[in-house]
Design a protein. Structure first.
Length: 247
């Protein structure tokens, strides 16, 4: 099956134009050390880049004339990617963790869920506290409001109320955010213990453990085997005597 490929004029050009893709008649050239060289034709600038073993990279296409620089484009792209990965690692991603309650949540479940909320806040995440109503529980929203107020009061030293309690359908919820400056304690790694110095001279031989004592059952079995062998020998002697008498 014939597959139609992209023609050269149909291919999208990269965001940064390099070398032969710079088609303007004149450029303002900057050297590899950052010094300004001056305005010259793009072909002359490309020849300078080739003679220096570098690339001609357009850094400011909107200037008149466009500004180009001599650099190692492959190394430049690697440094940009490295900086982007480093910035991605340093950025803080805040997630919203939801904890669901009921108006009649008992004390055991309440304590269990509160431990989860404290862990989420210590990790730097936000906590969305929701209370779900069922059936006739909608007639007593003050019970859920009292529960949410209790949670906020217990977490006042660890969290701030980012969004007050509100009602949506059969759910009442609020949003808590961790307080600034509160972070979980960083575990301290144990210091490595230096190995003890090896004594001078040859090492003493390693003592071997004594062989295990035979079990009483094994000793009894060996005695039974010896007795059976003696009885077999006696029977063989009797058979030999009978054969001699018959002869």
């Amino acid at each position: 099956m014939f597959r139609r490929g992209f023609r050269s004029e149909d291919r999208p050009e990269p965001a940064v134009r390099v070398n032969q893709r710079i088609r303007v008649p004149e450029v303002r050239l900057i050297g590899a050390d950052g010094a300004m060289i001056g305005i010259m034709s793009s072909m002359e600038a490309l020849d300078r880049a080739r003679s220096a073993g570098l690339d001609l990279v357009e850094v400011n296409p909107k200037a008149a004339p466009p500004v180009c620089r001599l650099m190692d484009y492959g190394k430049f792209k690697y440094e940009q990617k490295k900086q982007a990965n480093l910035a991605r690692k340093r950025q803080t991603v805040i997630e919203i963790k939801e904890i669901k309650f009921r108006p009649k949540t008992d004390d055991h479940d309440y304590d269990f869920k509160m431990r989860h909320i404290r862990r989420f806040l210590a990790d730097g995440d936000k906590a969305k506290i929701t209370v779900r109503f069922r059936g006739r529980e909608m007639a007593h929203p003050q019970v859920a409001q009292h529960l949410l107020d209790r949670i906020v009061n217990e977490l006042k030293d660890e969290a701030v109320l980012e969004q007050a309690s509100r009602m949506e359908g059969r759910t009442m919820f609020l949003l808590l955010a961790p307080k600034a400056g509160i972070r979980p304690p960083v575990p301290v790694a144990a210091e490595p213990v230096a190995p003890a110095p090896r004594p001078a001279g040859p090492l003493p031989p390693t003592p071997r453990p004594p062989p295990p004592a035979p079990s009483p059952e094994l000793v009894r079995d060996e005695r039974d085997l010896d007795r059976d062998d003696d009885e077999d020998d006696d029977e063989d002697d009797d058979d030999a005597d009978d054969d001699a008498v018959k002869a």
